[in-house]
Design a protein around this ligand. Structure first.
Ligand code: MGD
Ligand code: MGD
Ligand code: SF4
Ligand code: MO
Length: 674
């Protein structure tokens, strides 16, 4: 007789939608996975990627046992060892490194493979152990940091609208965000808004599938959004449509900001952004006269030299229009900062302050000889696929004196450089607590099946490492359910009535906030308590790609792939087949100027490196702009490199965020080996 069970869980991946899912388990095996129909944001659907999650969890290349390197670094040759052997070697190496170089020689390189509060980055899993060892801090700034800091200047927090309230917006601006690819559940709310009369505008250098579905697309020159924002506000002022009462009672710095706006009439912004002046004026008029206007701006927008300034400036718009007064008005970047959960990473275990290493500066960090990194401990990350300046990262990972441990589910390019590989559980096999960064719910993940082979969760791995090192602080040995209870114990009003027991029984809970939720009705969490405008003179920060005097002429953008989630699924045969290998979209003019034709294999290159891609002549990009996507595994790409071989290790203007969409390249015919 079969025994069938339905187990409620959460998608762990770095996606704003954090879906609530239902696993069907028969005789201890996961046989079905679907989106939870009862969840108001998931509404029964997962996505083209995660529909294959069960198949992925059983894939033939899954790492099932601890391994030790036997070949040269980078060769990916390993022998199977036992957990005892792995832990012994780890304890011995870590003890020696801490003794000789101090704890700061350890770099705990945690990525976004899972966003869980127990197993993943939201709760900084592992940080208690790192504090006990005195390891360097790791600034996980690879994704959203410049925008977070930019928004904090204006609003005091990166958090804003509840995305569900786009159903109430009358003008919806999708700004530097590819909703239908990078978080499609929002689309249903946009459609609800549309059904009630909302007009939808996409602002994106690329005519994405989202732009195709919008009512209007403005093809902006990359990295020039702050200038567009200023010009839109200029039109609002021309119309006399600014909300005087809101400006007076809820904002700070208006006089100087107004002078700044006056410097950017649509004619000036048209020159900078490449958008025709009449289109800027038309959108400005809509903005002036449509309440509420909801702006959805996400991470794509801020992966530029001026990314922080762009977000900070766009966030000023609802201050001028007074849109924060209305449900459906304002700006939505991430809801993370609405989630009042603060993991206790036990800073008291550190015996002295330690340095912070920047996730986006891995190559630089590994090259530091003055204060060397001697142990790189990678978990839920794939820096060889996802981090800037791949070729220099490779050089760093080849260092013989670097002890590299990688906790992984799959044999990634990063795994190939490990000294010790530890097999990691997948979401259906461990306990976790999640919150969306695109909605207002907490979601529980109950393990549905036993881990395959000898896979262990992040928490269990760190408990065992701590034990082997003889570290006895009880905080290093808390069970997953104890950690969960601690996470929910903060006493914040938005967590009222939300307990581990309730989450385990019901699967999810909306934060205890009003519905519809309208933020900032009681003021802004800034020093003044008001929305703080950008000071005069901030203007727009030209992107690196605006440089016209060098040998590389094409501004390259590398956004989300429809079929991969960062590098997750980059080894799934069906999704690889659908992606069809690396592509580079080039305008007809740029292709003709270089004598290139559609379908040709080309090299895309700059001083950082080179990739091989299939050229697609496309009217989705303007002349001067080319686009490829993130997520291809280097080792499965022709030429052995992905787009990050071309991305420079440079910071955005705020938070040391990355500049993935702000690089110059050239494209030429592939030199076939003779
Ligand atoms: N399918 C899929 N979904 C994903 C991911 C994935 O890899 N695949 N990744 C997840 C992660 S980690 C994140 S952070 C989010 C990111 O999701 P998004 O915020 O959507 O980020 P991107 O895909 O990088 O870029 C979004 C859009 O911004 C545009 N863009 C680039 N530069 C500019 C600019 O200067 N101005 C304007 N206006 N637009 C610009 C790009 O062309 C792109 O269409 O998505 C998550 N969802
Ligand atoms: N060119 C370019 N590069 C980009 C971007 C871009 O727009 N363009 N976007 C950037 C963004 S937004 C982000 S967030 C980063 C992401 O960069 P990373 O944080 O490095 O994320 P991934 O490359 O997805 O690698 C995550 C790895 O974690 C593993 N994993 C998943 N779950 C678990 C788990 O529970 N335990 C363990 N131990 N491992 C697990 C997966 O198998 C996968 O190999 O990439 C960035 N890279
Ligand atoms: S990747 Fe995003 S859309 Fe897909 S299942 Fe996960 S949370 Fe949902
Ligand atoms: Mo991200």
């Amino acid at each position: 007789m079969t025994r069938e069970l339905k187990v409620l869980g959460a998608c762990p991946l770095d996606c704003p939608d954090t879906c609530s899912w239902v696993v069907t388990v028969e005789n201890g095996e996961a046989v079905g996975l679907r989106g939870n129909r009862d969840h108001p944001y998931t509404r029964g659907a997962l996505c083209v990627k995660v529909n294959r999650y069960l198949e992925h969890s059983r894939a033939a290349d899954r790492i099932l046992h601890p391994m030790r390197r036997v070949g040269p670094k980078g060769s990916g040759r390993f022998e199977r060892i036992s957990w005892d052997e792995a832990l012994d070697e780890i304890a011995e190496r870590l003890t020696a490194i801490v003794g000789e170089f101090g704890g700061e020689a350890i770099w705990p390189y945690q990525g976004t493979g899972t966003l869980g509060y127990i197993q993943g980055e939201s709760g900084q899993a592992g940080r208690r152990l790192w504090n006990a060892l005195g390891a360097s801090y790791h600034d996980l700034n690879i994704c959203a940091k410049a925008g977070n800091v930019g928004l904090r200047h204006t609003n005091g927090t990166p958090a804003g609208m509840d995305p569900e309230t786009f159903a109430l917006s009358k003008l919806i601006i999708l700004w530097g965000t590819n909703t239908l690819t990078s978080g499609h559940h929002l689309w249903k709310f946009i459609q609800d808004g549309r059904a009630a009369g909302a007009h939808v505008v996409a602002i994106d250098p690329v005519r994405t599938r989202t732009a195709d579905q919008a009512d209007e697309h403005l093809a902006i020159r990359p990295g020039t959004d702050a200038a567009l924002a200023l010009a839109l506000m200029h039109v609002v002022l021309d119309e006399g449509a600014e909300d005087r009462d809101y400006l007076e009672n809820h904002t700070k710095g208006w006089e100087s900001f107004e002078r700044e706006i006056r410097k950017y009439p649509p004619s000036v912004a048209a020159e900078i952004t490449g958008i025709p002046e009449q289109d800027i004026r038309a959108l400005g008029l809509r903005l002036a006269h449509t309440r509420p206007t909801g702006i959805r701006a996400t991470m794509g927008l801020q992966r530029h030299r001026g990314g922080g300034t762009a977000m900070r400036t766009i966030a000023c718009i609802p201050g001028v229009t007074g849109d924060w007064r209305h449900p459906g008005g304002g700006i939505a970047y991430s809801t993370s900062a609405h989630i009042p959960i603060q993991a206790d990473v036990r800073p008291d275990l550190l015996d002295k302050p330690v340095r912070t290493l920047s996730m986006t500066r891995l190559a630089e960090g590994l090259a530091d000889t003055a204060d060397p990194v001697k142990c790189l401990w990678v978990y839920a990350a794939n820096p060889m696929g996802s981090t800037s300046d791949q070729n220099r990262i490779r050089e760093g990972l080849l260092r013989e004196d670097l002890f590299t441990v990688v906790m992984e589910q799959f044999p990634t390019d990063t795994v190939d450089y490990a000294d010790i590989v530890l097999p990691a559980t997948m979401q259906i096999e461990h306990t976790d607590l999640h919150a969306g960064y695109g909605h207002m719910y907490l979601i529980w993940n109950e393990p549905a099946v036993a881990p395959p082979g000898e896979c262990l969760s992040t928490t269990e791995t760190f408990r065992r490492v701590a034990r082997r090192l003889g570290l006895t602080d009880p905080g290093l040995h808390d069970s997953d359910l104890e950690i969960a209870a601690q996470l929910l114990s903060g006493g914040h009003p938005a967590l009222e009535g939300i307990t581990v027991e309730r989450l385990r029984a019901e699967g999810w809970a909306r934060l205890s906030v009003s519905d519809p939720f309208v933020p900032f009705t009681e003021g802004f969490p800034t020093p003044s308590g008001r929305l703080e405008f950008v000071p005069e003179g901030q203007g727009y920060v030209p992107p690196f790609s605006a440089r016209a005097d060098g040998p590389y002429k094409l501004a390259m953008i590398t956004p989300a792939s429809h079929t991969f989630l960062n590098t997750v699924f980059g080894n799934n045969p069906e999704l690889m087949r659908r992606a069809g290998g690396p592509k580079i979209l080039v305008s007809e003019k740029d292709a003709a100027d270089r004598g290139l034709h559609d379908g040709q294999r080309v090299r895309v290159f700059n001083d950082n490196g080179e990739i091989t891609a299939e050229l697609q002549v496309s009217d989705r990009v303007a002349a001067g702009v080319v686009v490829t996507t993130k997520g291809n595994w280097p080792k499965f790409s022709p030429g052995g490199a992905n787009a990050n071989a071309l991305v420079g290790e440079r910071d955005a203007d705020m938070g040391r965020g990355p500049t993935y969409h702000d690089n110059l390249v050239e494209v030429a015919p592939l030199r076939e080996p003779s």
